[in-house]
Design a protein around this ligand. Structure first.
Ligand SMILES: [Zn+2]
Length: 328
């Protein structure tokens, strides 16, 4: 079958290639869904092959690679803005409301809404973690996102499973279901360092590592988390994760606000990566993660919006602005 040629013309093309080239005005040519050529508009003229191409005029627009949202909870759209600035809103508002009203249908609809919001702002790839992730995976697939559906597990049970063991089985089945999907994959995403027992963390890590999918969890984010590890274990959350053997190349630690130099060294040594959620962290006055220390060590750091209830936006451009401002 003959391929379909499409050319986006007259755009400001931000390539993000090794040379950091920007073509303005530039073009991007596709054969079906594969980019075959890009460059300055002046180099496109006179190409006879354009005759049967569909031209899309992107004057005044930027064409760039899709952005990645490395940490969010798409199912939390109904809770956006709820209890802002309330101390420990996770336990006062969010968990009780999830227990009471979150179900499959709400996760599905909320994820579709969140996907639309992200696609409109240029985000094409998402690391989601929430409950009923089979519904989230279905919604993200239908919306055309590239995504990882992280099934959240925690000791106390959640709105979808009272027994974390059942949540683990559900998560592993979801990983298997999407194993060969071109855009969607799944993983088990433990809630956090204090909301999951060491055994639960280890079991999630074992499964995620086996299938080579991310093992992602909230890390070194909360005041009570830091106090717990200091008082009860005389450790930091990161040194604790290392001590139970769940810090590795699959580990994607979200937040990492309260870090020692030794914690950063441990992330580097174990090839773990970080989701930096500057909007969420500063909105809740939790602090600013030491990103320059991560960069100095060559730790992989990406941006996340956190859930719509945490940062109130799913827009990565906003995170870029906050990231630049705060770290300066
Ligand atoms: Zn989060």
């Amino acid at each position: 079958m003959k391929s379909v040629r499409t050319v986006i013309v007259n755009a400001k093309v931000v390539t993000m290639n090794q040379k950091g080239e920007i073509f303005n005005p530039g073009f991007v040519m596709f054969e079906d869904d594969v980019i075959t050529m890009t460059g300055e508009m002046k180099d496109l003229k006179g190409d006879a092959a354009l005759a049967d191409a569909t031209l899309l005029d992107a004057r005044n627009a930027i064409v760039m690679p899709g952005m990645i949202n490395l940490h969010t909870h798409m199912g939390m759209i109904p809770f956006r803005g709820l209890g802002d600035d309330c101390k420990d809103r996770l336990r006062v508002f969010l968990i009780p409301m999830e227990q009471k009203s979150m179900d499959e249908e709400l996760v599905y609809l909320s994820t579709r809404y969140a996907a639309a919001e992200m696609l409109l702002s240029g985000v094409t790839t998402v690391m989601d973690m929430y409950y009923y992730e089979e519904e989230a995976a279905k919604a993200m697939d239908e919306m055309g996102l590239r995504a990882i559906a992280g099934q959240t597990v925690m000791d106390e049970g959640a709105c979808d499973f009272k027994d974390p063991g059942e949540a683990i089985v559900y998560g592993e089945n979801l990983i298997k279901k999407y194993k060969n999907h071109p855009r969607i994959s799944a993983c088990i995403a433990p809630h956090g360092t204090t909301t999951c027992s060491p055994d639960l963390l280890k079991e999630a890590y074992r499964i995620d590592s086996f299938y080579e999918v991310p093992f992602t969890l909230h890390t070194a984010e909360m005041d009570y988390e830091m106090e717990y590890f200091e008082n009860e274990k005389n450790m930091t959350p990161v040194s604790f994760l290392n001590s139970i053997g769940v810090l590795g190349k699959e580990t994607l630690a979200a937040h990492c606000i309260h870090m020692t130099d030794e914690d950063l060294d441990l992330l580097k040594e174990n090839h773990a990566s970080v989701a930096h959620c500057i909007g969420s962290n500063t909105k809740a006055a939790k602090g600013v993660a030491p990103v320059s220390g991560m960069n100095q060590r060559g730790i992989a750091v990406g941006l996340g919006t956190d859930g719509p209830a945490s940062g109130n936006t799913l827009d990565i451009l906003t995170q870029m602005k906050l990231c630049a401002d705060f770290h300066k």
